[in-house]
Design a protein around this ligand. Structure first.
Ligand SMILES: NC(=O)c1ccc[n+]([C@@H]2O[C@H](COP(=O)([O-])OP(=O)(O)OC[C@H]3O[C@@H](n4cnc5c(N)ncnc54)[C@H](OP(=O)(O)O)[C@@H]3O)[C@@H](O)[C@H]2O)c1
Length: 446
């Protein structure tokens, strides 16, 4: 039995106290991109760049544990779009981030390597904690949020997202969650929701926290009861949580999706107002350079038709270039467009007259601070927000999992098993689970 098998077995046997006494292996399997392959897709259009070619499962050395850090035995992880970006080396190879991080201190220098272990979500069990960690100990079942901060300067002390050295773990740092072992800062750890399996618990983290800040937090759109919320990609990673938050908060989501199947999922979540952007055939761009305001108007009219004449108080933006002009147009007078991404292109174009004359606001939002992540995880743990896991892959098939997300062939979240030998393990609170089983499984098999 390898040392990792012993760790896995102790976890599966519920012998969690044993973990502190078991040796931590010198190496583990992790999903990597390699520095000597960053040019492999040169000349190809983005959609033809195949993560199955660039993502590898490699044996990598276990990093040395520093002060304030924790090593976690990863039972499961999930695919985020940032792993798609990393795997296609766009907009820049993530080795640039590691290099920059490596310049800060000898501790951060550990991250600057010719391979990058990716992944920004995990569920698992704490193996070891570094000096100065008091809140967590080996054997505790955890999930990790992906905010990595230094907080040595003043900027982040009101809102940790504003730290000048703010990074996303597993994207802008190394030793991420798509692996058998991960290195995190201890202040990334949060209790694993007891009613969920390992793969369910690992899946909300990044997108749930992001949607929480973007839509609910005062740092984002500060949603209130009755708000009409236009949600792009409403059955996708971010959107599936935004839709839940809108419904939970007494708001009225208008869900935009691209197929009848995705519309059905939104209905399952409880949304009633749905736009199938494919069926409607919107063409917001006439060509590469010019947009078509008549298409914005047609889109706005559709929203009014659904809402009984109201425009969105909030537009939950992330597709970017393709939709941003329409989003700014469609928001109501005084409304808010809150954006956290630019999947279809980051050079946006919109007609500023609609913004200033109608006193609209554009808010930039990025991940979430520890407090917001904790609150978002607490809602999962209480069964008030549910994971949106549709499918789970093995670590070896991470490339395929990332390809699904790259091709928009998935629903909600796509999970990855690490040390967990199969799905369905890790549930502690069967009673709470039974109460919410249908909601937990809403995206399954979709
Ligand atoms: N800043 C942050 O902290 C943060 C956090 C999480 C994610 N992100 C970014 O946010 C983006 C979305 O992430 P995700 O996890 O939600 O991805 P996802 O699971 O792929 O969902 C995105 C959804 O957006 C819709 N969409 C894609 N392209 C579109 C287009 N051109 N026009 C209209 N709708 C489009 C698709 O839904 P339909 O086809 O059904 O319309 C898709 O399912 C990514 O770029 C990601 O990197 C940023």
């Amino acid at each position: 039995m390898t040392q990792l098998d012993e760790i896995r077995q102790a976890i599966l046997n519920d012998d969690l106290d044993a973990l502190a006494g078991l040796p931590v292996p010198d190496s583990y399997r992790g999903v990597t991109v390699r520095a000597d392959e960053v040019g492999m897709f040169e000349g190809l259009p983005s959609q033809d760049k195949d993560p199955r070619r660039s993502l590898h499962v490699d044996d990598v050395p276990t990093p040395e544990l520093g002060p304030g850090e924790a090593l976690v035995a990863v039972m499961a992880s999930a695919i985020n779009y940032n792993t798609v970006w990393t795997s296609i080396f766009e907009p820049i190879p993530t080795f640039k981030f590691l290099e920059r991080y490596g310049r800060i201190s000898p501790l951060s220098k550990r991250h600057d390597l010719p391979y990058h272990v990716v992944g920004s979500d995990l569920s698992g069990v704490v193996l070891r904690t570094g000096a100065g960690v008091h809140n967590w100990k080996p054997g505790e079942e955890v999930v990790a949020h992906c905010l990595n901060v230094e907080l040595e300067g003043p900027d982040g002390h009101n809102d940790t997202m504003l730290d000048t050295e703010q990074r996303i773990w597993g994207f802008e740092t190394n030793f991420g969650g798509l692996a058998e072992i991960a290195l995190v800062k201890a202040n990334q750890l949060m209790p694993k929701p007891a009613h969920l399996t390992w793969e369910e618990a690992a899946s909300p983290g990044l997108v749930n926290s992001t949607a929480y800040r973007q839509l609910v937090s005062r740092n984002g759109a500060d949603l209130k009861q009755g708000d009409v919320v236009l949600i792009w990609g409403a059955s996708g990673g971010l959107g599936s949580y935004a839709t839940q938050y809108a419904l939970n908060g007494g708001a009225i989501p208008v869900c935009v999706v691209s197929s009848p199947e995705k519309a059905e999922i939104c209905r399952k979540l409880g949304a009633e107002l749905i736009i199938d952007r494919n069926a409607e055939g919107y063409r917001f761009w006439k060509d590469e350079h010019e947009q078509d305001p008549r298409e914005w108007q047609r889109f706005g009219a559709k929203i009014r038709e659904l809402t009984g004449g109201e425009d969105p108080d909030i537009v939950f933006e992330h597709p970017g270039r393709e939709t941003f002009g329409a989003s700014v147009y469609a928001a109501r007078k005084g409304g808010t467009i809150v954006t956290c991404a630019s999947t279809s292109g980051y050079l946006h174009q919109y007609d500023n007259r609609y913004l200033w004359m109608n006193l609209k606001r554009i808010i930039g939002s990025h991940f979430a601070n520890y407090r917001e992540s904790w609150e978002a995880n607490r809602l999962i743990a209480k069964g008030l927000i549910h994971p949106t896991l549709s499918r789970t892959y093995s670590l070896e098939d991470t490339g395929q999992a990332a390809l699904d997300v790259h091709r928009n062939a998935h629903q909600g979240k796509v999970g990855v098993l690490a040390l967990a030998p199969e799905e369905g393990l890790g549930v502690r609170d069967e009673q709470l689970r039974a109460k919410h089983l249908d909601a937990i499984n809403a995206f399954r098999g979709a």
